[in-house]
Design a protein around this ligand. Structure first.
Ligand code: TXA
Ligand code: MG
Length: 317
């Protein structure tokens, strides 16, 4: 339709990446694939472009953005990289880990990215198309998930176009995202705190740090303004920990609990994470008014999956 014409779909080859980079350098908005979900990118140093992200998503301006960089060296130009941060970057970057660190004086990042906080959330994505794009642009990219604010995150270019088509310059189509849930967010000061469960299991972080990590994902906390209770919302209502559908409900299964759709018939958490948002988008497309979801264990990627499901089930404001 018209919106698809207005937003260009670019192939993830050298030519598509070069076109995307040119659009970003001119201050345009370009969605791109990462291993977690698609991001809506803008030059992090261009205040007008960053303001465009908030406008295109309908995102509250108090909710700061994640800045994407190529590596630890690029991160060091934006934030104070503590010894602990350096260790975690060496262990887990590139990959689905976002670190919240104190911003450096004179960092070339628009203040709109931080939404008034003294810190910046940074990550180095592992997806080869994201990495090629960062290299071609040569600047850090601010990129929240490429969905309208409060809706389900996109794991395909089609999801991006369905939500933001006509509002952004282009989407680089890199196929489906392998991880499927957003990055794990860890604040490091004054001590490590988990702000969002995500694609890197917290158990892996605890093992690397040799200590338990405090969880600070209370939706009421101002420290993680994006952790609003109602988020990732499909259009229908959501009932959690269901072992069978009630009349009028569409069942989303997991493992032995079957349904019209399943996160993973074999009960595999990796597969469930990768299929979660696609299932929610499909339930929207089916017009499911009431959704029942099977229980998912609260370990490894199950924490990120349950976090997203709880938010999908939360009362809508
Ligand atoms: O996997 C991901 O992280 C994806 C891909 C595109 O990289 N991005 C993503 O961005 O999920 P977004 O905007 O949907 O979520 C960013 C989260 C929000 O909850 C926001 O509040 C939090 O990061 N955040 C950003 N800067 C922060 C900061 N300085 N302190 C605490 N939380 C911050
Ligand atoms: Mg998001």
């Amino acid at each position: 339709g018209r919106t698809d014409l207005a937003t260009r779909r670019l192939r993830p080859d050298a030519e598509g990446v070069a076109s995307a980079a040119a659009l970003l350098r001119e201050g345009g908005l370009v969605a791109f694939p990462t291993e977690t979900v698609y991001g809506l990118g803008a030059d992090a140093g261009d205040g007008r472009a960053v303001a465009g992200i908030y406008a295109a998503k309908g995102r509250p301006s108090f909710n700061p953005l994640i800045v994407h960089v190529a590596d630890a060296e690029a991160a060091g130009r934006i934030v104070e990289v503590t010894p602990l941060a350096r260790e975690l970057m060496a262990a887990f970057w590139p990959g689905p880990l976002t670190l919240v660190l104190r911003s450096r004086e004179g960092a070339a990042v628009s203040p709109l990215v931080m939404a008034g906080l003294p810190t910046v959330a940074l990550r180095a994505p592992a997806h080869p198309v994201a990495r090629a794009l960062l290299e071609a642009v040569g600047r850090p990219l601010a990129a929240p998930s490429a969905n309208p604010s409060g809706r389900v995150s996109p794991t395909t270019a089609d999801h991006v176009l369905a939500g933001l088509g006509g509002r952004i310059a282009a989407v680089l189509d890199g196929g489906a995202c392998a991880v499927g849930v957003e990055s794990t967010i860890l604040a490091l000061e004054p001590e490590p705190r988990l702000l969002r469960a995500g694609g890197l299991p917290v158990e892996a972080l605890e093992q690397a740090l040799g200590q338990r990590i405090a969880v600070d994902t209370d939706p009421a906390r101002v420290a993680a303004p994006g952790q609003m209770a109602s988020h990732y919302a499909p259009k229908g209502s959501v009932r959690l920990n269901a072992v069978a559908a009630e009349p009028g409900e569409v069942m989303l299964g997991f493992g032995p609990v079957g349904g019209e759709l399943t996160l993973s018939a074999s009960g595999d958490l990796r597969e469930a994470a990768a299929s979660l948002f696609g299932c929610l988008h499909r339930l929207d497309a089916m017009g499911a008014g009431r959704i029942a979801v099977a229980p998912v264990p609260e370990t490894g990627l199950g924490r990120a999956i349950n976090d997203r499901l709880r938010r999908a089930a939360a009362p809508r404001s």
